[in-house]
Design a protein around this ligand. Sequence first.
Ligand SMILES: Cc1cc2nc3c(=O)[nH]c(=O)nc-3n(C[C@H](O)[C@H](O)[C@H](O)COP(=O)(O)O)c2cc1C
Length: 383
Amino acid sequence: MLLNVDDYRRAARRRLPRGLFDLIDGGAGDEVTLRRNRTAFERIALRPRLLADASSRDLRTTVLGQPVSMPVLLDPTAHAHLIHSDGELGVARAAAGAGIVYALSTLSDVSLERLAAETTGPKWFQLYAPPDRAGVIAVLDRAQAAGYEALCVTVDVPVGGLRERARRSHMPLPPQLTPRLVAQAAMRPRWTIDFLAAKKRPGGVAVRSAPTRPAPSGSRFITEDDLALIRHRWPRPLLIKGVQRGDEVQRLIELGVDGLVVSNHGGRQLDGVAASIEILPEVVAAAAGRVEVFLDSGIRRGTDVVKALALGARAVLIGRPYLYGLAVGGEAGVVDVIETLRAELDNAMALLGLTAISELGLAAIQIPSGFGSRSDAGERLLT
Ligand SMILES: Cc1cc2nc3c(=O)[nH]c(=O)nc-3n(C[C@H](O)[C@H](O)[C@H](O)COP(=O)(O)O)c2cc1C
């Protein structure tokens, strides 16, 4: 029975070749941060309100001025087209149907124009900086012309993390028919049939995907100059994804960003960093209401959404959870995961005695020691 995100994870493990599952599911190094993203949420306790009539609940909110049906958005992720032939288009359709934002990754297999033309619903475009200035300008102009509502610049992948679990089970990218992959695929016939059928379809999965990618994919360090150029060229809301310190927020705001995504890339980059949810309070404090703060990394339950919003996030994003859904049931699987989280969030609101997202605040939780204390201590030391 698929009752929650963890059930979808186990089902995805049974559906995907081992190397592909590990590529999605794994983190960097010893996976300390990957685990910490979960344990940190578990340390926060909820505090229900008594004698409140929460018989009807409204989960709607806005993100950067855009109405959404609930404060859960879909993170940008590479590899969707390898997981299921519905790929990024299926994910975007699921998000549109659910009334939430989908952020298309630079490393997608479908062109940003095709995705915008074939799917409705609010969309952000995620940027990994192309190697040169002309490339940055070209991709920004394409995303603007295609109607993407916001640009999300991911700054935490100047180089790839050391993803040892993925390396050990060795998924060649782009997939090549190595003996190991053939052996793994033979044990996963449903995935293999879907993958091979999609490969044959015109316009289906492009295994050698570089020419159709929304942007060149070279990772590099993003500098203040890059950000200034991006801000100059991109007239709509601009987000920075990968914020992990409150003391950098002021500079980001000065550079003109509109939103911050507190993220450690789901524990896939620098192993040993704190959980996003531990960092959130110091980022929210530094932002002081001037920009919207979002959070990802480790959201698996509706109660996690409640905890992040109580600590000041405008909304959360999910990565792996919807990829597990995609693996299990394509677009319909993504819909199921989104609706599971919506039902959990709604249930948590009812049991907390809350009727609207705007009512979520610090009163709803008990903050464990160590959360968000860093920047306060740092500021005291400096002054
Ligand atoms: C398979 C996979 C691919 C990803 N690809 C990208 C990407 O292309 N761009 C990006 O900004 N983040 C990427 N991420 C990071 C996610 O956007 C997000 O930060 C992370 O998955 C959140 O943690 P969660 O998986 O615990 O929800 C990827 C994550 C996964 C699991």
